[in-house]
Design a protein around this ligand. Structure first.
Ligand SMILES: Nc1ncnc2c1ncn2[C@@H]1O[C@H](COP(=O)(O)OP(=O)(O)OP(=O)(O)O)[C@@H](O)[C@H]1O
Ligand SMILES: [Mg+2]
Length: 358
């Protein structure tokens, strides 16, 4: 196991600057998830850690050693990809043992490591099968087994679950997490699925356009996103954003929206009187309100999911999603009053998108 440090790392593909001064500190044994929209540079960064892409600037350290000029096989890392190409003509046993054979490990040592990995991953009964005789989830487990047998200092995962169906993804997510709790190997996991990030990570790194927007624990990012981008990326359904103007008067702060609507400003929010702002509220932090409280809105759509009810309405011209644990049978066109919790609402500067903290 080893800590990983990424210091001022840059990458150009020709004239395109795809990684732009990235700094990330990953502690020994930590499970870190890199998230961000397609094309933001997640795979490129992971491949630089693995040694599959040259580093165009800055330094990467694994276990305190600069690895910039080390070959992939000298870095003591194992990578699991989205397209886990198993060797089709080899049994599960030989797929697992292959890298150990290449590394000229003794047969006894290879057998022992293969049995241990197979045991951890529930593959013992499948060792003599060929990949074509396995389900998608079983194949993915073999791909992970190939990484485990090498007992590396660091695991790198690049969207390992994206080829699996929804149910299997959830199951494998739990398996990978359990595996990490058991082995405690430093892991860096790339995904663009923020639910995967929230549920698996000790630490999340949110990237956009080759830079790091925010780093923190899942709940830090959920509670205190540094800007509108992170606020909209973390959480599902996504946070609602209402453009408005902040009004401060003696002892009171409100945000005024279009159509003469207004709400109390989020508690502890900063910002100056007259500033153009974006008011953010998560769907799960909105309550129904009595007459005289909250804002009046017209129901567009009601979606009962069984576990909860999602209600889509329009406030000041913006579509707003709210989620209720209770069942509600509102009709489209009906007027209801909604009240976002001011203690859990967020405020951002309209121009820069930055959080306005008190
Ligand atoms: N070999 C290459 N040559 C030129 N440009 C590349 C190359 N590989 C990646 N890029 C560009 O670098 C940027 C980052 O790509 P990367 O694959 O790291 O994104 P990603 O965050 O992993 O996206 P996704 O979620 O779609 O996998 C993209 O704009 C991509 O087009
Ligand atoms: Mg990628």
């Amino acid at each position: 196991m080893a800590a990983v440090q990424i210091r001022g790392v840059e990458k150009y593909f020709g004239a395109t600057h795809v990684i732009r001064g990235v700094n990330i500190d990953i502690e020994d044994g930590q499970f870190t998830v890199l998230v961000g929209p397609s094309g933001c540079g997640k795979s490129t960064l992971l491949r630089m850690i693995a040694g599959l892409e040259e580093i165009g600037g800055g330094e990467i350290l694994i276990g305190g050693k600069v690895v910039n000029n080390m070959m992939p096989k000298e870095r003591d890392i194992a990578m699991v990809f989205q397209n886990y190409a198993l060797y089709p003509h080899m049994t599960v046993r030989n797929n697992l043992a292959f890298s150990l054979m290449l590394a000229k490990q003794s047969k006894a040592m290879a057998d022992e490591r293969v049995m241990k990995a197979a045991d951890i991953l529930g593959l013992v009964d499948l060792l003599d099968r060929f990949p074509r005789q396995l389900s998608g989830g079983q194949r993915q487990r073999v791909a992970m087994g190939r990484a485990i047998v090498r007992d590396p200092q660091v695991f790198l995962f690049d969207e390992p679950l994206s080829n699996l169906d929804a149910q299997l993804r959830v199951q494998m997510r739990t398996e990978i997490k359990e595996l990490h709790q058991r082995l405690e190997t430093t892991s860096i996991y790339v995904t663009h699925d923020q639910i995967e990030a929230m549920t698996m990570a000790d630490k999340i790194v949110v990237m956009r356009d080759g830079i790091v927007e925010q780093t923190g624990s899942p709940l830090e990012l959920y509670d205190r996103p540094v800007n509108r981008f992170v606020a909209g990326f973390i959480g599902s359904p996504a946070m609602n954003f209402l453009p408005g103007v902040l009004k401060r008067s003696a002892g009171a702060a409100t945000v005024e929206f279009r159509d003469g609507l207004s709400l109390p400003a989020p508690i502890h929010a900063g910002g100056q009187d007259g500033q153009k702002v974006i008011y953010g509220t998560r769907p799960e932090h909105i309550d129904l309100a009595d007459a005289g409280d909250g804002v009046a809105t017209v129901v567009l759509v009601v979606e009962p999911t069984g576990a909860d009810t999602q209600i889509f309405t329009k406030i000041a011209g913006v579509e707003v999603t709210s989620v209720f644990r209770e069942r509600h049978a509102f009709k489209p066109g009906e007027t209801i009053r909604l009240r976002p919790d001011p203690a859990r609402a967020h405020l951002f500067d309209a121009a820069s998108g930055m959080r306005l903290a008190g």
